[in-house]
Design a protein around this ligand. Structure first.
Ligand code: GAP
Length: 505
């Protein structure tokens, strides 16, 4: 076996372990399990729901609360069909599909080719996919039967609203949150009284009838998106002063040209990327930097991230330039966030289809403009999974812990009486009650102390506070650190302050 193959097996093994951990510890698991689940639908358990909320709250604070020029909305999930006709999704939100002529199983053509040939076919059109299938005589992976021609398959879920099922009652479950921001643009502009440039953000559920959901929650059929639509005067796409220190940040770039020439990715600063016109506009670069920083802030290692530019054939129907922030997953580099220049496509389309004027009146120019849009868009579940993969660690003896940042960790501290003795439990309850008003903590008196430490390590709890017999004598507790398992004695009266400092760090 080649060295590279060994690495791949190890990486694949890691994913199985993470899925196992998610099931065992109540992070995420298949929905409707007792009835036999449908692929691509998941529920968060008690640990997962805290992790999800922490990630969403971190994003919301970073994008909305910390900025004067961004406001938020929370739009409806079921939308009238005209929204999706106008946005282009009814005609263009498709994936390539093939069906086995023998067993009639259906597959996503590009995924099938990637699995068979072990190459990336991101951005390859339907015609070329067909050619690849024919050239390499790719057959059904289940029964070996031959495949139909590649067709396109629309990913939107339809429903009918009201008592009559006809064309008029047809509605769609939204496949992205973005369109609600465009359809609410006029009202939000009026109530927020913002001036260009400004943004509208949203976190919420979306639905896609994926042909082949895979890699646990990475590609699901129901998931949550965190999206920002940032509106900019079309003539002012370069009018922003990016902080000097931010421009110096370096990361890997994999441009259209590098992909076409197969030269591999290159490390450079954002300053150089702008100078060399690798990134089209300064506002685009600004949001790429901001989200690169956010992913690092929530604990992702920068060396596992890169920016890959969409090649021309891959660009969505609304985009003039898109950069995917990719993570080095066990199954290869894949998108965790997309940052697109959607131009004025959506606002113009909705103006046309609704008859509403969705332009912005520019006071200084005394004229109307239809703003351009930079859209950073990411999936909550994809971020959750990325955080788990990046934080997964094994100790020398095989025990597992998640090296989560305290700000993201589902439980910040575990309060543990050393043994199930009444006097220890009573004291531990006092400590827990005092702490739980300040931070999310958990109380656990069941099982050996070693097993309890391991349980909390596995869900990434950064601190454990143990109440023992010395506590009863001198009012100190043991504070144990998850990563190095070091312990120190801390006075109970100093605990609140100490925990706050540690979590903020
Ligand atoms: N509004 C633009 C948009 O929706 P996208 O690249 O289709 O663009 C944005 O999706 C993000 O949503 C992706 O970067 C990914 O994080 C997440 N995402 C997309 N499809 C997904 C799926 N089937 N399951 C989980 N997350 C998904």
């Amino acid at each position: 076996m080649e060295e590279s193959d060994k690495k791949e097996v190890k990486k694949e093994g890691k994913m199985d372990k993470i899925v196992n951990l998610c099931l065992r510890r109540g992070v995420l698991f298949p929905s409707n399990e007792i009835y036999g689940s449908a692929a691509g639908f998941f529920d968060y358990g008690p640990v997962g729901v805290e992790l999800k909320k922490n990630i969403e709250n971190s994003w919301w604070k970073f994008v909305v609360n910390d900025r004067e020029n961004v406001v938020g909305i929370d739009g409806a999930v079921v939308n009238v069909s005209k929204v999706w006709k106008a946005s282009g999704h009814v005609d263009s939100f498709n994936d390539p599909l093939v069906e086995c002529k023998k067993c009639h199983l259906r597959f996503r053509a590009d995924h099938l080719i990637e699995d068979e040939l072990k190459v990336s076919v991101d951005g390859v059109g339907v015609g070329q996919l067909q050619e690849l299938i024919e050239k390499h005589e790719i057959k059904c992976p289940k029964c070996g039967g031959s495949l139909t021609e590649v067709q396109v398959f629309n990913l939107m879920f339809k429903t009918h609203v009201g008592a009559v099922e006809d064309e008029a009652s047809l509605m769609y479950l939204r496949p992205e949150t973005a369109q609600l921001i465009f359809t609410d643009f006029k009202r939000v502009l009026a109530v927020s009284r913002k001036k260009l440039p400004f943004g509208i953000a949203q976190i919420g559920r979306v639905f896609r009838n994926e042909i082949s959901p895979r890699n646990f929650v990475f590609r699901s059929r129901e998931f949550n998106q965190m999206e920002l639509e940032f509106f900019i005067h079309p003539g002012k796409m370069n009018e922003i002063e990016i902080e000097k220190n931010d421009l110096k940040i370096e990361c890997y770039f994999y441009t259209q040209e590098m992909q076409e020439k197969k030269t591999g990715q290159e490390r450079m600063s954002f300053e150089l990327a702008l100078e060399k016109k690798v990134i089209g506009t300064k506002w685009h670069a600004y949001w790429m930097i901001e989200f690169f920083k956010w992913f690092i802030k929530i604990g992702i290692k920068p060396e596992n991230l890169r920016f890959r530019q969409h090649v021309k054939t891959e660009l969505s129907h609304y985009s003039s330039e898109t950069w995917d922030l990719e993570y080095d997953y066990p199954w290869g580099w894949k998108e965790v966030e997309g940052i697109a220049n959607r131009t004025d496509f959506d606002l113009k389309q909705h103006s046309k289809f609704s008859g509403e004027d969705l332009s912005f009146f520019d006071e200084s120019e005394k004229s109307k403009v239809v703003p351009y849009v930079i859209e950073p868009s990411t999936g909550v579940e994809r971020v959750v999974l990325t955080v788990l993969i990046d934080a997964y660690r094994e100790r020398g003896d095989g025990r597992v812990f998640l090296d989560l940042k305290p700000s993201i960790a589902p439980v910040k501290a575990a309060v543990l009486p050393l043994m199930p003795k009444e006097e220890l439990e009573k004291k531990a309850r006092l400590v827990f009650n005092e702490l739980k008003d300040k931070i999310v903590c958990d109380y656990d008196a069941n099982g050996s102390i070693g097993k309890r430490y391991s349980r909390f390590d596995e869900i990434g709890t950064p601190f454990a506070i143990t109440i023992d017999y010395q506590t009863l004598e001198d009012d100190t507790v043991t504070l144990r650190y998850r990563n190095d398992m070091k312990q120190e004695r801390v006075k109970i009266r100093d605990l609140n302050e100490k925990m706050k400092k540690l979590i903020d760090e």
